[in-house]
Structures are given as structure tokens and as C-alpha cells.
Design a protein around this ligand. Structure first.
Ligand code: 7RM
Length: 670
């Protein structure tokens, strides 16, 4: 980094001693360095001062009708809305009476001007292939594939499962669904056959879009085989499987059910009018982990979601026509939906998509891509940043990263060391960092800096976005004092909020709206500093955050007990320097079964098979019994301490000394 660049955003108030790399939570409590956006950045930004942010935020909270009524005019409405919001907790309706089509907003409306031949998607495959799809080309491909869906009798409101690698066709399939008003449910490629099956049955999908395989660290992920296994011998609603040829490996083709993507295109033309959808019509379902064993199908609808996606790309990433924007998230997570596909395309930006892993074939793959495409805005996860730090600075030094102007993070709290490294080494000391807090349920950014306005401090997501009325409260709903920890709630509806859990009204009410009357409870703990910045501490329910991926402890437990050797299981997270949290399983075995290191390994494999590689346990420990309260509840608090090595040291794979646990239990809770 140049000295000049460093000086521009040097900390206003430097901490006396730099925070140590010790524990995240400790440095997150003491960090106080303030970084202001440079005058140069602010001057060009859409929002260039705190006064402007505050004025807009105030209007968005006090007069949401006016604020959002105005912002929503930036979407293309086939029929204008007549009312901005109808709110009967927990049911929100935004932009009532309005009709629009998502693919038309993301594609057609850019075709009339100079964006027609602009890159919409820039793609690089893991083996190194490159493709660019202009807005015109992407539009054409989406229309063609929408006609394939129609050919297979997919209609408005039908559910379409997409289980694909990170290739443009994944985005094409999503946009094609929106064009004809079908709902998609994308399943991350790291989920197993059983996870696919559960989701197919839950949402009643009649069609699956997949590929023969995908590339990951030089290996091939057998996507089609997983789909075959998911549908094997089951009475499923799936009538058609469309297979895109990506790797060319041999796959089974089930006559009468499976068709090839490229063959299907031969039967269709490229004309497909977008269907005008009600603002509140369902757009997609995305499954995410909750505190029970069954993932929740989070439902998002059309107008509010798209507005928030576009608006946050405009104000938080401040995306411009000349930006090359890269979000590294997988399309199977909400970040891939909102910030690789819908937000940037609605805004007419150029979105880069990369199929592979950051360390394949070498540790500099990301930096190579940034240099090669002159990426200007880069959005990634703290877990990736920590991995880059570990791999060493020499990988960065090989590449020119000077095109970057703005950096973002998402997925988990970022520790100040990683923030500083990102700022100095990746951003050359000159790029603001937007640490964006949000969830699958919120659809888009909720607490985030505005890059040309908000002073940032490493580790805080800073302040609420427009329309977001966030607070930190105690169990009774009373706001806690400065720096006191409490529960993060949102006290007003916002346009991109979830509209429900697919097929489960009661769970929707119970999971989000029952802790505090009329308020959304996010499941996260947080505190606010005296400047009003929000510091997210992490989940306070039974949801883990492993390398930025959400995982329910109950999901892993139910996978474990489905193994014939297991009697009972309790799963907790333990702090992990790289992944944020690691998965530790406490297991009791059935009568006559002997626990062993081999059985431990087998159980890890079993969880991997049942849920998918994302859920692979870091450790399995056997115990004679699990510590429980007298009412039979597993004492997770205790197990968490044990897993973190706070109470018991030594060999971790063999039998846990139950007496120790029993002793602890005696002095514990009930
Ligand atoms: C977008 C996404 C949501 C959970 C959420 C938090 C954690 C996400 C941040 C964060 C601290 C952040 N959706 N989380 N972003 N924690 N700072 N900037 O991640 O549904 O998969 O996860 O992730 O705990 O509740 S998600």
C-alpha cells in the first residue's frame, strides 16, 4: 500500500496498543479506532455525509409511506401501487395493488439504452473458462429457458428446485422462474441427497434443475447423482429433471423424467413475455436452519424484496455503471440471491461470478481474479479473510489490487485483526469497509455502514439501514443501556422481510414474533456503544455459524441419532479461529455398542452424508450419559464450556469423564 493511501484514512483516534489476536470477543469489546471515509470517496458517493444519512433514516422511519413510495418508483411497475404498506403483525404487505416482474426489472429495462451491450455477468469457472453475458445475451438466455420451463408445464406459483454449480445457468434458471411467476428454491451444492429430498417434499416441487456435476477444488461434485438418490424409490412430486452438461461425466438419465438442458433449448424460441406479478406474490423459498431439526423454508415476495435488493446495492455498495462488482457467496445462500443476482442486475451493474474455491489451484485465486477483471467492489466473508491471513501476504503481493474502491463483509462478526488486514492489505488502506449484518429472513442488509458517510470501527456493523428500526432489549423488551448486551429486535416491518415459513404459519409466528409483541426477534445478541453503533455478538439460539454457514444443532443431532449405534446426541459450537465456530458432538451409544475412534469417524461421515459436507462435525466425543437437568433438558451451557476446553483438558476423542460432568451438573441449573 502506498503511504499516501494509508494516510488518507488513518485512524482518527488510534488505540494505545493494537488489539491482540487473542480472543475475538475480548478485542471486540475494547476496539475503538475510528475510520472515516476519505473526502475523495465521499465526494463521489450517493450519500456523502452523516447528516444526509440521518435525515434519510429519520424520514424512512417516521414517514415510510413517503420514503418508500419515492424509492419504489425506481423499479419498473407494470401497474403502479396504490398503497405503500399494510401491516397486521406478523403479516406485512408492501406496495399494494402494484404489479411488476423481477426478470423484466433485472433485464428488459436495461435493453433500451447503452446497457444493452454491457456485461451483466462475468463468469469464471474453476478450471479457468471465461464467459461474459451482456444484458442482451442474458435476457435472451433467460427467455429461452423460461420457455423450457413452460414446455414442462411449469406455471405461476409452481415450485422449482435449483441444485446447480456456480455457473451462469444457475442465475438464468432463477431469472427464468421469475419471468413466468414460478417460485424457485435454490439448494446449495454442499447439501446431500437427503437434504434435497426433505426440501423437495416440503415445498412440493414438480421440477428440478441441476447439472451433471460441478467443480470444487479440482474434484467433481456429483450433483446429478445426488438428485437421483434424493428421488430414488420415493413417491415425490418431481416430474422433470433438467440436466445442464457442465463436467461431461457419465450420469444416469431416467427415461421420461430427465432431459438435457441443451437439447431442450432446441425446441424453444427466444420470445417470452414477462408475467406481471402482484407485488406480494411469492418469489422464492430459501431453506435455512432454525432451532429445530427441520430447516425453515423462508418465503420472500416480489416488490419489497426487489426494492430492498436494488436500494442496498445503490446506497451500501454505491454501485455505478463502471463498477466491476464481485460477491463471492454461493448462489445457494441468500447472499448469492440478493447480492450476486437480483440487486446488482436490477441496478444494471456488472456482477462477477466465480465457480471455485479461493485456494484452487493456488492460494491467490481471488487476487488473480480481482487483478484480471479490475474488480472495484468486493464482498466476502470474515471466515475467508481469516483464511487469507493465514496463507500469508505473499499471495496478495503478486497481484495488483489497486482497482478496488470498496470492500464488504457478511456472515459473522469480523474480528478487528481481520478487519485491519482486509483494510490495509486488500484495500490498500484506501477502501471503506461495509460490515453488513443481515439474515436469510431479512432479505438484504439491515445494519451496515453507508460507505461515503458512516465512520467505521473494526468489528461493528454500525447503524441501521433505511426503514430499519433496530434496538437491543432485555427479556422484557426494555432497551438496555450503553454497552450492555441484549437481544437484537426490529420494531417495524421493512420491505424485504420474510413473509412466512413455507407451509407453517405457526412456526413463523413462534420463531420470530413471539418473544416481543409486534417486534421481530432476530436470534442474535448484540450491544450498542456510546456512538450508537451495533456490535453483533452472535446467535443466542441453537443455531451455529460455521464458516459463515448457518447450521442448527438440532439438525446435526437428528442426523446423529439416525445412526444405528447412537442412543442420544447433543451438539454444540465451540470457538474456532478460522471458521468462527466448530461443531462438537457429544454422543451416547446404544447397549452393546463400544465407542471408539473409528466409530467417531464413522459418525462424522454419517452426518456428512445425511446433511452434506457443510455440516461435517469437527469432533465427536463419547459419554456414558449426557448432562441433563432434572426436567430432562440437556445442559448445553455446560457442554459448550467442555467443548471449548474451559473445564476439561486432555484427550478429546475418548470417553469423557462422566463424574466430572455429573459434579458440574450438581452445581448447575435445573
Ligand atoms: C446474510 C447471512 C444470518 C446470521 C445472523 C448473524 C450472522 C450475518 C453478520 C453476522 C455479525 C455480520 N444470512 N451474521 N452477518 N454477524 N456481523 N455482519 O449471513 O441467514 O445465513 O445468517 O449470520 O448471526 O443471524 S444467514
Amino acid at each position: 500500500m502506498s503511504k499516501k493511501a494509508a494516510a488518507k484514512s488513518s485512524p482518527k483516534k488510534a488505540a494505545k496498543t493494537a488489539p491482540k489476536a487473542a480472543s475475538n470477543s475480548k478485542s471486540l469489546m475494547t476496539e475503538s479506532r475510528v475510520f472515516k471515509p476519505s473526502a475523495e470517496f465521499s465526494k463521489k458517493a450517493r450519500i456523502s455525509s452523516m447528516a444526509q444519512y440521518k435525515k434519510m433514516h429519520e424520514e424512512s422511519i417516521k414517514h415510510p409511506d413517503k420514503f418508500f413510495g419515492r424509492e419504489a418508483k425506481e423499479l419498473h411497475w407494470t401497474k403502479p401501487f396504490t398503497k405503500v404498506l399494510d401491516w397486521k403483525c406478523p403479516n406485512a404487505k408492501w406496495f399494494i395493488g402494484g404489479k411488476l416482474n423481477v426478470s423484466e426489472n433485472c433485464l428488459d429495462r436495461h435493453l433500451d439504452g447503452p446497457r444493452k451491450s454491457k456485461a451483466a455477468l462475468i463468469w469464471e469457472g474453476e478450471p479457468g473458462e471465461k464467459r461474459v453475458l451482456t444484458y442482451q445475451q442474458l435476457h435472451r438466455e433467460v427467455c429461452r429457458f423460461a420457455n423450457v420451463l413452460k414446455r414442462h408445464k411449469v406455471k405461476k406459483g409452481d415450485r422449482v428446485i435449483i441444485y446447480m454449480p456456480m455457473i451462469p445457468e444457475a442465475a438464468i434458471a432463477m431469472l427464468a422462474c421469475t419471468r413466468i411467476g414460478a417460485m424457485h428454491s435454490v439448494i446449495f451444492g454442499g447439501f446431500s441427497a437427503e437434504s434435497i429430498k426433505d426440501r423437495v417434499l416440503d415445498c412440493g416441487a414438480k421440477i428440478i434443475i441441476t447439472a451433471d456435476g460441478g467443480y470444487r477444488r479440482g474434484a467433481v461434485v456429483p450433483l446429478k447423482k445426488n438428485v437421483d438418490d434424493a428421488l430414488k424409490g420415493k413417491d415425490t412430486p418431481v416430474e422433470t429433471v433438467v440436466v445442464y452438461k457442465r463436467t461431461g461425466q457419465d450420469v444416469h438419465i431416467e427415461e421420461g423424467r430427465d432431459v438435457w438442458w441443451h437439447r431442450e433449448l432446441e425446441y424453444v424460441d427466444a420470445r417470452c413475455a414477462p408475467v406481471a406479478m402482484d407485488s406480494e406474490s411469492p418469489l422464492f423459498i430459501l431453506y435455512t436452519s432454525g432451532s429445530t431439526g427441520k430447516p425453515k423454508g423462508i418465503l420472500h415476495t416480489t416488490g419489497g424484496y426487489l426494492l430492498h435488493a436494488q436500494m442496498t446495492c445503490k446506497y451500501v455498495f454505491d454501485l455505478r455503471d463502471d463498477d466491476v462488482y464481485w460477491c463471492t457467496a454461493d448462489i445457494g445462500w441468500v447472499t448469492g440471491h440478493t447480492y450476486m443476482v437480483y440487486g446488482p442486475l436490477a441496478l444494471g451493474a456488472t456482477s462477477l461470478m466465480f465457480e471455485g474455491a479461493p485456494n484452487w489451484p493456488e492460494n491467490d485465486r481471488f487476487w488473480k481474479i480481482i487483478e484480471e477483471y479490475a474488480v472495484t467492489v468486493f464482498y466476502t466473508a470474515p471466515t475467508a479473510i481469516r483464511a487469507f491471513m493465514k496463507w500469508g501476504d505473499e499471495w496478495l503481493k503478486k497481484h495488483d489490487l489497486s482497482s478496488l474502491r470498496l470492500l464488504g463483509t457478511v456472515g459473522e462478526p469480523i474480528n478487528p485483526e481481520a478487519w485491519m488486514w482486509y483494510h490495509n492489505k486488500v484495500g490498500g488502506g484506501k477502501c471503506p469497509i461495509v460490515d453488513t449484518w443481515w439474515q436469510t429472513e431479512t432479505g438484504g442488509h439491515m445494519i451496515t455502514p453507508i460507505p461515503g458517510a458512516t465512520p467505521t470501527t473494526p468489528g461493528t456493523a454500525t447503524l441501521p439501514f433505511f426503514g430499519v428500526d433496530a434496538a437491543i432489549v432485555d427479556d422484557l423488551g426494555k432497551e438496555v443501556g450503553v454497552n450492555e448486551q441484549g437481544k437484537l429486535v426490529i420494531r417495524k416491518p421493512w420491505p424485504s422481510m420474510l413473509r412466512g415459513i413455507w407451509g407453517d404459519k405457526k412456526r413463523y409466528q413462534d420463531a420470530y414474533w413471539s418473544d416481543f409483541k409486534g417486534w421481530y426477534f432476530a436470534g442474535d445478541g448484540a450491544r450498542r456503544d456510546k456512538q450508537g453503533n451495533f456490535w453483533i455478538i452472535g446467535r443466542i439460539d441453537d443455531v451455529l455459524n460455521v464458516a459463515g454457514h448457518r447450521l442448527g444443532t438440532a439438525e446435526v443431532e437428528s442426523a446423529l441419532v439416525s445412526h444405528p449405534a447412537v442412543a442420544e446426541a447433543a451438539v454444540v459450537g465451540r470457538p474456532d479461529e478460522m471458521k468462527g465456530q466448530g461443531v462438537v458432538c457429544f454422543v451416547t451409544v446404544k447397549e452393546g455398542i463400544k465407542s471408539s475412534r473409528e466409530l467417531g469417524e464413522e459418525l462424522k461421515k454419517h452426518v456428512r452424508k445425511v446433511i452434506g459436507p457443510v455440516a461435517t462435525p469437527d469432533e465427536v466425543r463419547f459419554a456414558a450419559a449426557l448432562p441433563k437437568t432434572r426436567s430432562g433438558k440437556i445442559m448445553r451451557r455446560l457442554l459448550k464450556q467442555i467443548a471449548a476446553g474451559e473445564l476439561i483438558k486432555g484427550d478429546t476423542t475418548t470417553l469423557e469423564d462422566i463424574n466430572v460432568i455429573a459434579q458440574l451438573a450438581a452445581g448447575g441449573e435445573d
